[in-house]
Ligand binder design. Sequence first.
Ligand SMILES: O=C(O)CCC(=O)C(=O)O
Ligand SMILES: [Fe+2]
Length: 560
Amino acid sequence: AQLIVVNNCQENLWPGILGGAGHPTPNNGGFKLSSGEEVVLDVPEKWSGRIWGRQGCRFDSNGKGSCDTGDCSAQLHCQGTGGAPPATVVEMTLGSSASPLHFYDVSLVDGFNLPVSMKPVGGGIGCGVASCDADLNICCPSALEVKVGGKVVGCKSACLAMQSAKYCCTGQYANPKTCKPTLFANLFKAICPKAYSYAFDDSSNDSIIENVDAPTYAPSLPVPNVQEMVKNDPLHVPERYVRNQEDGPLMNDMSHLSSEIPVIDLALLSAGDIEELKKLDLACKEWGFFQVVNHGVAKEVFQNMKNAASEFFELPLQEKNKYAMPADDIQGYGHAYVVSEEQILDWSDALILVVYPTQYRKFKLWPITPEGFKKTIDAYSKGVKSVGEKILRSVSTIMGMDEDAFLGLYNDLQALRVNYYPACCRPDDVLGISPHSDTSTITILMQEEDIKGLQIKHNGFWVPVKPVTDALVVNVGDVIEILSNGKYKSIEHRAVANENKARISYVSFICPRDDVGVEPLEHLLDSKKPQKMYKKVRFGDYLRSAMKRKMDGKAHTEMR
Ligand SMILES: O=C(O)CCC(=O)C(=O)O
Ligand SMILES: [Fe+2]
């Protein structure tokens, strides 16, 4: 794709550019653009990044110097650094020729320095003109002004000027319920209604045309709502839910092994710490499961998700059914993987939503009660996505590749499944979720602190995964098992029901796009394992064939 950057101002400008994680930065991140001039930048399809204008710059012949606003580490070429606020920023995630839907907005979250607008030309679909083309410097409240030589050159955001959690939407304000537009944001919004003016402002881009060509999935048969069934008749377990007793008792004495499931410090891992990388290698080989701590996602993001989801599941059924899974989809509130009238059913209900790529979001299935739930899901998923990227970087490192070898290929799709396991009067007779392995690249799960449920199969025994405070549980999915030619294992796991308590788990599946071919990586074949152990599969076909079967034990992974 091409970006045409035009300077319609009366003065010279120096645009700055920054590619998002895993995306390149064109033109070394910055260049001069004289008044009236235009420049065409080539960026790959699906490029994601930001552009802002720098003004009042002086650079020497080595490209060193500074700007009055938007400065990036005193360099002409920003090369990986963002602009100093206040600066009006255009943020975008472009589509591709196959899916020409572009997302972009003009953000005033970091303040304002120059009027900017963006629109699609020559094809592609977007949300029209995103802009703040008025000069906010003229009406900037004096407390927010940035002056150079007596002239107002920028208007700070309230966050920058006040440096407080309330205006920055951090700490206790880091969620859409408590992060409200401030007086200043409202002022910005009044003048520039088509711009993003505070951290949780999505009124301006919620109107984006949804899921133009979102993939469809094999539907699941309709079955009763388990939570409602229990509410109406708590002492009855219908025959359809009674599990096969042949697969042994649900509880055994393997819980002493729980403490051996590796706990990995993600900050150390991302810093390339050798011990932590070894731990990851061992975890993926021997366990297929591990927990991560120090993952950088704020506690509130988790807590908000837990609060909102608990509230959602407590709503009356008819309210929840406003988001009922349509007959031809597996997104929404309902059940997945029910494929025959005969199969034994799981003791759970679920809310399932595709969260990335954002253009696949089906907002009509995103609950609006409790208030702010949509934004909470968005914030939670964003946090999980960042954790997923860190883990995938390290996984590609231990597989002997560049750290970003997996990004953008195997983590394009992210789906959220919130499982609700009602209490059960005969917990030994049912399963919350039947044994299965995940078809994903990796799965990231948040569980409640004090309620057991998840068990993983380790050397033939079921080992409970004990919740670790603030940790996320991560497991290797079928995709990594195939890519690694079986070195890393996508382990069978299940969830049990509890007698007195309901349990909720929050499961994010990180997956490749449908059209990605998955097969063992050539460079991993060696004299010990010269053969590819798995057939090449198109991920979309693999996922759909897995969905047509009842989840039943390990892998749909087809051996050669
Ligand atoms: O609830 C759990 O702990 C496990 C859920 C799970 O494995 C899944 O949804 O794939
Ligand atoms: Fe699972």
